[in-house]
Design a protein around this ligand. Structure first.
Ligand SMILES: NC(=O)c1ccc[n+]([C@@H]2O[C@H](COP(=O)([O-])OP(=O)(O)OC[C@H]3O[C@@H](n4cnc5c(N)ncnc54)[C@H](OP(=O)(O)O)[C@@H]3O)[C@@H](O)[C@H]2O)c1
Length: 434
C-alpha cells in the first residue's frame, strides 16, 4: 500500500497530491467557462479575471442546481440498474496482491448500447432534449465536483470500517489513504462493484453521452452538424465503443487491478473524464469548423488506425495471458519470460511477460497510439485556440507518469525477471527514443 511512497520522493508525493486535490476542481470550472462562455480563448478568460479578480472567479463558478442533481441522479441510477441487472458472462479478474480473484458480470457493451439507444430515443421522440444537458453543463460539473468529493469520503470511511475484501489497507496517513484509496475492490453487497461503476459505467459512459450531446447541441444551434464535429464525435464514439467491447479486458489493467478506489481514480473518473476528456467536443459546439471532405476523411482514417493499434496492443497482451502464452503474435509463436513473484501472503506465483509483437517494440508502446488517437480527434478543431489540445497534453503527461509507475511496480513485483525484460526490450514508450 502507499504506492506513491515507492515511486516519487515524499516531498513530490505530498506536493503533487495536495496540488491535484486543490487545483483540479477549479480547473474543471475554468475549462468549462472558457469553452462555453469565452470562445475557447484562454486570453479572454485571463482578461476577464484580470478585470474582476477573485470575485469574478466566484461569480463564474455555477451553483449545483436541482436540475443538475436530477440529471446526474437519473444517469447514475440508470447505469447502476443496468450494471446490476443486464445479463452478462461471468468473468474472473486477475489474482490480486492478497491472492483473491474478483468476479465480474461482463454486460458493459449491452449497457452501452441500451444507454445510447435510450438517450437518442428520448431525443427523437421529444421526451428529453440533450441540449438541456449542455445548457446546464457548468452546474452539472459543479455538482459532480462536490458530490464526488463526498463519495470519496464515503470510500475512505468504508475502507476503514467495512472493507469488502482482504485487498484493503491503510498507509497510516489520512491524505494518502484518501488520495490513493484503501480498497482495491470495494463493493456494495456481493455484486455491485464500485470501481466498475465509477470508471466504466459512469465515467466512460458519460464520455459517449456527452459526445452525442455536443453534436445534438450544435445541430440545434446551427441547424447542421459541421464535418469537424462529425469526425470528433465519431472518433470518440469509436474509442468508447472499443472500450466497452473490451471492458472485461480493462478489468485486467492498472486502473482496476492496481489502483485503489480513492480520489485519484474515482474522482478522476466521475469528474475529470466527463469534463476534460470530452473537452475537444465541448469546444467544437460553438466552433463549427469546416474541414472539407478530403481532410475530414484523412483525419478520421488516421484516428481509426490509432484506435485500432491501441486496441490490438491490449488484445495481444490479454490473448497471450489468457492462452497461457500459446496465442500467435503477429503470426508467430510469442517470445516470453516466465516471471516469478510472491503475493503479500508469501505464496509463490508466476506470470508470463510477452516480449514480442507490440510488447517487443517498447514496454508501453500502447500509449503511443492512445495519445495519437486523442490528437486526431482534437485536430478537427484546427489551431485557432490551444485549449482543445489540453486533453492531449494532459494524457501525454499522465501516460508517461503511468509508464514510470508501472515499471517501478513491476520491478518490485518481478525483480530480476523484470530486469531481464528491460534488457530485452530497453525502451519504455517510444521505440529507439525513450
Ligand atoms: N485515456 C486514458 O486516460 C487512459 C489512461 C490509462 C490507460 N489507458 C489505456 O488503457 C489501456 C490499458 O493500459 P494500462 O496503463 O492500464 O496498462 P496495461 O498495459 O494494461 O497494464 C500494465 C500491466 O500489464 C502487465 N504487463 C506489463 N508488461 C507486460 C508484458 N510484456 N506482457 C504481459 N503483461 C505485461 C503488468 O501487470 P501484471 O502485474 O499482471 O504483470 C502491468 O502492470 C491502454 O490501452 C491504455 O492506453 C487510457
Amino acid at each position: 500500500m502507499g504506492e506513491s511512497k515507492t515511486v516519487h520522493s515524499p516531498l513530490i508525493t505530498y506536493v503533487s497530491m495536495l496540488s491535484l486535490l486543490t487545483l483540479c476542481p477549479p480547473f474543471v470550472i475554468l475549462l468549462w467557462y472558457t469553452m462555453v462562455h469565452a470562445d475557447g480563448s484562454v486570453s479572454q478568460t485571463w482578461d476577464y479575471f484580470k478585470q474582476h479578480g477573485f470575485q469574478g472567479f466566484k461569480n463564474t463558478w455555477p451553483k449545483p442546481t436541482a436540475i443538475a442533481w436530477k440529471i446526474i441522479a437519473c444517469f447514475a441510477v440508470f447505469e447502476a440498474v443496468l450494471q446490476l441487472f443486464l445479463p452478462g458472462k461471468r468473468v474472473e479478474g486477475p489474482i490480486s496482491p492478497a491472492g483473491n480473484r474478483p468476479v465480474y458480470k461482463a454486460n458493459g457493451l449491452a449497457a452501452y448500447a441500451v444507454t445510447l439507444i435510450t438517450y437518442l430515443g428520448l431525443w427523437w421522440f421529444g421526451i428529453f432534449n440533450p441540449a438541456i444537458v449542455y445548457d446546464h453543463l457548468g452546474e452539472i460539473f459543479s455538482a459532480l465536483i462536490f458530490g464526488s468529493f463526498i463519495f470519496c469520503i464515503f470510500l475512505y470511511i468504508k475502507g476503514h470500517l467495512a472493507p469488502s475484501s482482504t485487498d484493503s489497507g491503510s498507509s497510516g496517513n489520512l491524505i494518502i489513504d484518501f488520495y490513493w484509496g484503501m480498497e482495491l475492490y470495494p463493493r456494495i453487497g456481493k455484486d455491485f462493484d464500485i470501481k466498475v461503476f465509477t470508471n466504466c459505467r459512469f465515467g466512460m459512459m458519460s464520455w459517449a453521452v456527452l459526445a452525442v450531446t455536443y453534436c445534438i447541441k450544435q445541430y440545434e444551434e446551427y441547424g447542421r452538424v459541421a464535418d469537424s464535429m462529425l469526425v470528433n464525435t465519431t472518433l470518440m464514439l469509436v474509442y468508447v465503443t472499443k472500450f466497452f467491447w473490451w471492458e472485461a479486458g480493462y478489468w485486467n489493467t492498472m486502473d482496476i487491478a492496481h489502483d485503489r478506489a480513492g480520489f485519484y481514480i474515482c474522482w478522476g473518473c466521475l469528474v475529470w473524464v466527463p469534463s476534460v476528456y470530452t473537452s475537444p467536443g465541448m469546444y467544437l459546439v460553438n466552433h463549427p469548423v469546416n474541414l472539407g471532405v478530403q481532410l475530414a476523411i484523412y483525419i478520421f482514417l488516421a484516428g481509426i488506425v490509432c484506435i485500432y493499434v491501441n486496441y490490438d496492443c491490449d488484445r495481444q497482451r490479454q490473448e497471450f495471458r489468457r492462452t497461457n502464452g500459446k496465442s500467435l503474435v503477429w503470426g508467430k509463436a510469442p517470445s516470453k519470460i516466465e516471471a516469478f513473484y510472491h503475493t503479500t501472503s508469501g505464496e509463490k506465483k508466476s506470470s508470463l511477460l510477452l516480449t514480442s509483437g507490440w510488447w517487443g517494440l517498447s514496454r508501453h508502446f500502447h500509449y503511443v497510439p492512445e495519445i495519437l488517437a486523442a490528437f486526431f480527434w482534437t485536430l478537427p478543431a484546427l489551431f485557432s485556440h490551444c485549449l482543445p489540445y489540453f486533453y492531449v497534453v494532459f494524457l501525454t503527461i499522465l501516460l508517461f507518469d503511468r509508464a514510470k509507475r508501472d515499471d517501478d511496480r513491476c520491478r518490485s513485483k518481478y525483480g530480476k525477471y523484470w530486469k531481464l525484460y528491460c534488457n530485452k526490450v530497453p525502451y519504455r514508450i517510444i521505440p529507439g527514443i525513450y
